[in-house]
Design a protein around this ligand. Structure first.
Ligand code: HEM
Length: 134
């Protein structure tokens, strides 16, 4: 039913001569458009069943400067064993390392020079939801 409504509004917008932009295209005004690094790594399609892994989808999003800066604070962004470690810690029942990183990313605290795009945050969330695969 929802698909039928979307299809109808698409057709109506077309009939009114409006250019129809999908949700992702509309986001071009957001940080992806301002910051080319957000185009450089594999993205997940909406509702994609694609397997999300640290090596393919998360690691390439960390820049050498992120890794170097955070290594000083013992946050090992480029270390799959550390990032996928299932151990819990204060405040986190499991996968404390990855969840602490996610907390900083999703709050926009890190990286300090500009937050990740919503798509990147969603990909990280999907990586966690699908089992923190290396
Ligand atoms: C994607 C990139 C980055 C991620 C995911 C990240 C992640 C984190 C995390 C998880 C923390 C600990 C927050 C907490 O739990 O209290 C943190 C702290 C911090 N980060 Fe980052 N970071 C990133 C980039 C950077 C960069 C590029 C710099 C330096 C320019 C930096 C400097 C710091 C500093 C100074 C702290 C506080 C360290 C401390 O509490 O000892 N981070 N970051």
């Amino acid at each position: 039913m929802r698909e039928a409504v979307n299809e109808t509004s698409w057709l109506m917008a077309g009939a009114r001569g409006e250019s129809y932009l999908c949700y992702d295209e509309r986001r071009d005004t957001s940080i992806e458009a301002r910051d080319s690094r957000h185009d450089e790594t594999p993205q997940l399609g909406k509702g994609s069943a694609m397997d999300v892994s640290f090596a393919t989808h998360i690691l390439p999003k960390f820049r050498p400067g992120d890794v170097a800066c955070m290594a000083r604070a013992q946050v090992k962004l480029n270390d799959a064993a550390w990032m996928c470690d299932p151990a819990g810690a204060t405040g986190y029942r499991d996968h404390a390392n990855a969840r602490r990183v996610f907390s900083a990313l999703s709050k926009g605290i890190m990286p300090p020079d500009g937050p990740w795009s919503p798509d990147w945050i969603a990909t990280y969330q999907q990586w966690m939801d699908s089992g923190f695969k290396p």
